[in-house]
Design a protein around this ligand. Structure first.
Ligand SMILES: NC(=O)c1ccc[n+]([C@@H]2O[C@H](COP(=O)([O-])OP(=O)(O)OC[C@H]3O[C@@H](n4cnc5c(N)ncnc54)[C@H](OP(=O)(O)O)[C@@H]3O)[C@@H](O)[C@H]2O)c1
Length: 262
């Protein structure tokens, strides 16, 4: 895939992994980028930080269908087309399921999953006209290997992977690639309230994602060979991962007690 002259819509491109992906896209020649995010200030700051980019800065919440309609209408009006959709915006609220507020349960699902599906649906008429397009969905390592205290988040991220696979197979007659990225713990605002060491940088994730996209990988999994082995173990011998989670239960609980970015 050639990224030059591609028109890209990215959610959550104003911070963290999304912003690093935006920077990597620009480095690789992309000039037209639409960015959706809730807060106006970090969105507006992008125009100063990336002066060469033709931005469509679209304040909105991916959890609200009306905001998605507005974003897609703005893209249609400005560009009349779209080549790459990057569904990156996401939130997390950790804790025992019994301790999570109903709002946090619903909002994690609405933002991480329903919003991602609806935006994809609304962008498809544009993407299906692209001579070389892509949908990139950002899942999480927890989308492959679920851990205690992340039941809702892990459920949304596993669903993102399944949605990607179904879409790629549903769209096989179009020149549209669908890829899922599974970051490990990454040093962004989302992780400020968790206690995790040795995180990847957002730039590491962005580089891996775009290198994967260029060679049309189906899954980009961060975390190296160890992670690949753990995924195999989780699939073939899930009781081994159960034992690991049980042995580390209290430590995990302590590290994740205040982890929330909503
Ligand atoms: N960091 C990690 O360790 C890690 C690991 C695995 C997967 N991931 C996934 O990677 C993606 C990016 O995470 P990150 O660490 O970069 O998070 P982050 O630093 O918290 O940044 C999130 C971005 O998404 C936007 N956003 C959040 N909720 C939104 C909503 N409802 N509507 C529109 N925009 C929204 C935020 O802007 P506003 O707040 O202004 O809306 C911000 O630009 C997420 O899907 C996350 O689940 C992260």
């Amino acid at each position: 895939m050639d990224l030059k002259n591609k028109k890209v819509l990215i959610t959550g491109g104003s911070a963290g992994i999304g912003k690093a992906i935006l920077a990597e896209l620009v480095r690789r020649g992309v000039q037209d980028v639409a960015v959706v995010g809730r807060r106006k200030e970090p969105l507006d700051a992008l125009a100063t930080e990336f002066p060469a980019v033709n931005f469509l800065l679209l304040p909105g919440d991916v959890g609200r269908a009306a905001d998605l309609d507005r974003a897609v209408a703005a893209v249609t009006e400005a560009w009349g087309g779209l080549d790459i959709l990057i569904n990156n915006a996401g939130v997390v609220s950790a804790g025992l399921l019994t301790e999570q507020s109903d709002e946090d349960v619903v909002n994690q699902i609405t933002i991480n999953l329903t919003g991602l599906i609806l935006l994809t649906k609304k962008c498809l008429p544009l993407l299906q006209q692209s001579p070389e397009g892509a949908i990139v969905n950002i899942s999480s390592g927890y989308g492959y290997i679920a851990m205690p205290f992340y039941s809702v988040y892990a459920a949304t991220k596993a669903a993102v992977g399944q949605f990607s696979d179904a879409m790629r197979r549903e769209l096989h007659q179009y020149p549209l690639h669908v890829m899922t990225v599974y970051p490990s713990a990454t040093d962004t605002d989302m992780m400020k309230t968790a206690v995790v060491h040795n995180m990847d940088s957002a730039e590491d994730v962005a580089r891996a994602a775009l290198e994967g996209l260029l060679i049309r990988e189906i899954n980009v999994i961060l975390g190296g060979k160890d992670r690949e082995e753990q995924i195999k173990t989780n699939f073939l011998e899930p009781k081994k991962i159960d034992a690991f989670a049980a042995a580390n239960y209290e430590a995990l609980r302590e590290r994740t007690q205040t982890h929330r970015s909503m």
